[in-house]
Design a protein around this ligand. Structure first.
Ligand SMILES: C[S@@+](CC[C@H](N)C(=O)[O-])C[C@H]1O[C@@H](n2cnc3c(N)ncnc32)[C@H](O)[C@@H]1O
Ligand code: SF4
Ligand code: SF4
Length: 358
């Protein structure tokens, strides 16, 4: 994050007010997806969790609404960085035109499974996107957990195509799960073989019915999450694999990182993250002071799935400065909520900064 933005967020984080500019917007452009990852909190409706089905009956922002309503609102709020994610962005109609429109005014990051067979779409990445994060896994795990035959090969072919065209800002992300934790370091070898220079391992976001119930903002049916009662993981093996991945990356001259928990890791941290829903890796968060999320239907969320207004009805800056958003910041200022414990945005540096300042 830019220094000035961080300072402004830090300054305001002692109040429920926010800086005048919104630095980053995460746009979940659709919740539809061509894959069916067994750990994903978006597409899967089969688990015991609130009803995401109602979302389907609302209409996603159209291309016209994105160009004539969303983008002007973002510009007015002086947003500098936009991340387009989902669901799978390449499922969205007119995605090429949409990427082009965003690229004119923002630093654009794209999250995708790249399981696509269209050079036209891949060329649009090369032309319009500043930073691409592609999801990947070990081949046998990809095949068994994504639920769509042939999808691994499509992803690999897309990555190879982008590399062959000289893409500079491509990183691969694998979610560390019980299914891949005993061999996940091989993802670094795969990345190296394909000529990719950066790999991240993301810790699983998982929730229990109790963490959802204990998070006041999530009492509505709109919320959704990977709801389970427990997760088991071989923490010894996972740690061994993460250390090995780090060694391999150094040998290959690649960047490697884990998130939201940072290296160096211990067996205890891994065990706590995966088996203890109440474990708090860190206790402060600045995200609601510099970023917001927009769902496919124009609904605005601070970060977690709490609808604070819709850009179809309201001005984005009015939502950013409105009572619901302020109420959320007021609570987060006092401490994180149970749903925060496994959030991908947890960043220990915020706690350190906030401690220094107080
Ligand atoms: C939700 S996906 C959306 C973009 C695109 N469909 C993709 O898979 O890259 C964004 C990232 O979140 C990761 N992800 C999905 N479910 C997760 C979970 N329960 N915990 C941690 N990461 C998760 C995905 O692997 C992916 O890297
Ligand atoms: S590809 Fe992305 S959005 Fe689709 S199911 Fe997998 S993680 Fe979820
Ligand atoms: S940790 Fe909590 S407050 Fe911070 S971004 Fe995540 S959900 Fe939001």
């Amino acid at each position: 994050m830019k220094f000035a933005h961080m300072n402004a967020a830090l300054y305001y984080s002692y109040t429920e007010k926010a800086p005048k500019k919104i630095m980053r917007v995460i746009y979940d452009i659709t919740y539809r997806c061509n894959l069916r990852c067994n750990f994903c909190y978006y597409w899967n409706q089969d688990r015991e969790r609130p009803n995401i089905d109602m979302m389907k009956h609302r209409s996603e922002l159209s291309t016209e609404e994105i160009k004539n309503r969303l983008i002007p609102q973002l510009k007015k709020a002086k947003v500098t960085h936009v991340t387009i994610t989902g669901g799978e962005p390449f499922i969205k109609k007119d995605i090429i035109e949409i990427l082009e429109a965003f690229s004119k005014d923002f630093h654009l990051t794209l999250l995708s499974n790249l399981s696509i067979e269209s050079n036209e779409k891949l060329d649009a990445i090369l032309k319009y996107v500043d930073s691409v994060k592609a999801s990947i896994d070990l081949e046998k795990v990809f095949v068994s957990t994504r639920g769509v035959e042939g999808s691994f090969d499509k992803t690999v072919n897309s990555i190879k195509y982008l590399v062959s065209k000289g893409i500079k800002s491509l990183s691969l992300n694998a979610v560390l799960t019980p299914d891949n934790c005993t061999e996940i370091s091989k993802v670094v070898d795969m990345a190296h073989d394909m000529g990719v220079k950066r790999v991240t391992f993301q810790f699983l976001d998982w929730q229990t019915p109790a963490t959802i119930k204990g998070t006041p903002f999530l009492q509505k049916p709109e919320i959704f999450g990977t709801l389970v009662n427990e997760v088991t993981i071989d923490a010894d093996k996972a740690l061994e694999q993460i250390n090995l991945a780090q060694e391999k990356a150094e040998k290959y001259g690649m960047e490697f990182a884990t998130f939201p928990v940072l290296l160096p890791l211990t067996k205890e941290i891994i065990e706590q993250w995966y088996t203890n829903a109440d474990y708090q890796y860190t206790t402060k968060c600045l995200v609601p002071w510099f970023q917001l999320r927009i769902n496919p239907y124009g609904g605005v969320m601070p970060c977690m799935e709490y609808d604070v207004g819709n850009i179809r009805d309201l001005d984005l800056l009015d939502i950013w400065n409105g009572p619901k958003y302020k109420g959320f910041r007021k609570v987060i200022r006092k401490g994180l909520l149970p749903r925060c414990n496994k959030c991908c945005k947890l960043d220990k540096s915020y706690s350190n900064l906030i401690k220094i300042k107080s």
